[in-house]
Design a protein around this ligand. Sequence first.
Ligand code: ADP
Length: 613
Amino acid sequence: MRRATTHRHEDPLTRETPQDPPVTSAPASWSDAPSRDALQLIAEGVTQLAGFGVAAISAVREDGKMEVMAVAGSDAARVQLQGRRTPVDRLTGELEKADDWGLLRFVPHERLDPSAGEDWGWVPDIDPIDTADAWHPLDMLVAPLYDDDGALRGSLAIDLPVDGRRPGRGQRAVLNQYAEQARRAVLVALERERLAEQVRMADAARRIVRTATAQLSLDRIVADSREAVVEGFRAAGMWLQTFDRDDHGGARGEIYSSDGSHVHLTPELITIAEGAARLAWERQQVSVVAPDREFGPTITPEQGEVVLAFLREIGVESLLFTPLGAGPECLGNLVLTRAAGAPEWTEAEATAALDIGHDLGRAILNARIFEREHELVEELQELDAYKGQLIATVAHELKNPLTSVMGHLEMLESSPDLSGTTRTSLNAMDRGARRMVRVIDDLLLLSKVGDPDDTVIAAPVDLARIVDDVVDLTMVAAKQKQLDVTVTLPDEPAYALGDHDELDRVAANLVSNAVKYTRAEGAVRIGVERVGNDVLLTVADEGIGISQDDLLRLGTEFFRSSNPEAVAQPGTGLGLAIVRRIVDRHGGQIEIESELGRGSTFRVWLPAADTGS
Ligand code: ADP
């Protein structure tokens, strides 16, 4: 008589000895619905058509555990068993005691260890019927499912025959057919799962490479993505070779190996790889090099043999060869290797690898452009430093003889017996020499304030006082032009933090320009005020103004406006360049507003000396 199954029942395949750790129960991780449905149908066939109360199909998972994937028949059994995991050797141990029923194995309860008894878990709560071939609750009937290489990949476990008897010859034949179906279904399901997993991992690798390629150094990109790529492709290693842009047979690119160790490729291998990569990029395909495989269109059989010999030498069985490129240009190749016994490279992996080839190709291009820009900037900086040095040296060299010339001029001018023409000439020479001194002084100052090694020795400097002095000095010129000069200074000192002489030059240059470039009877407004943590110097005029084009170039050394009214005034084009550099090195800011014909406003913000108060 069969009673309700109130005890814990355990499928033969999940039975445990008492001393073993408890069976772990995890949710079935089989994500592939068609595979799951196929297994369920086979299990239901066993219960509905072959006359059994419970059928369970399990598969061997990556961690070496058997996982119950489909259970049919008893709901209670399904609740208990679905998703259970047990070590594979639990089943193989039991099988040693089994009778061979074709694909099925039968272990009569008599052969089971009696001490295990009820502790084994969920045993169908039935009384055996009273015949010699009665099914006993502890009888075990299971079909181990092997792949073509003889590896155990799953099992079909059967329990509770409806007629209460151990299956006879006819029933066994039917069950064997189900076992074969279950075998094929489990193998297909495992293969599908393996492929899905590969796609998932290759996809993950691809995403990581894409993120890594945001960086501009190829070294960093490879360092950040190689682990993910090697893992994602289940590769033994990887290396990456980039080709030189203008390859004249010299250096042939760089090789990055996955573990940081150097991969020694012979020149012959590098040439083969480069040729193959270019062809592969043209065709947009990856290729596999492995023993007993056609080499494909990108390398000749002879080249293939050379590559295979190299692979044998480094203990690698196969490789996936991916070209790297951007647009029409092939820029390198990526090689992923697998050791013997690893799975074959799949289509999904090939597609993912080609995608990575595109991402890395763009990254190589970006890295090159970046490197080139970097080099250019360095070259320009060197050139700039050289120019600065040249100016300083020339200025120094001119200054000494000029000082001597001026000394002699002074002596000559003071002699009493000079004719009128000689005196006129001497005066002209004196004016010229003084102008040269001004230019040379400006050049020396320009090179000083542009020298990054020459830092400002900052101290509180009263900008109001400086402006006052500067205005005094320019008053003569302003008066000559009858300018209306307004100066607005604060009652309190306005301390900026900086070098007195340099800030004096800033104010002097701006004020003298305002006076110089304003027509007679025009207006000039000068002011100093405290604004937040800055001291603001404003020099505004209603003068000739500056065109928008000229504004863009203002402050470049030797730049003078093309405006004839401006050119008519004496000048070197160094004043604003000096101002700009001084303001920069004081951590200040300068703003220029101007309109041609209407006037200009220069505003300079300098950090205040007493920002805390
Ligand atoms: P310089 O006055 O010796 O020519 P600067 O560097 O001081 O050199 O000025 C560069 C150019 O900017 C001048 O040649 C002039 O064209 C223009 N500029 C400077 N300040 C003014 C201003 N206040 N109004 C109009 N143009 C100006």
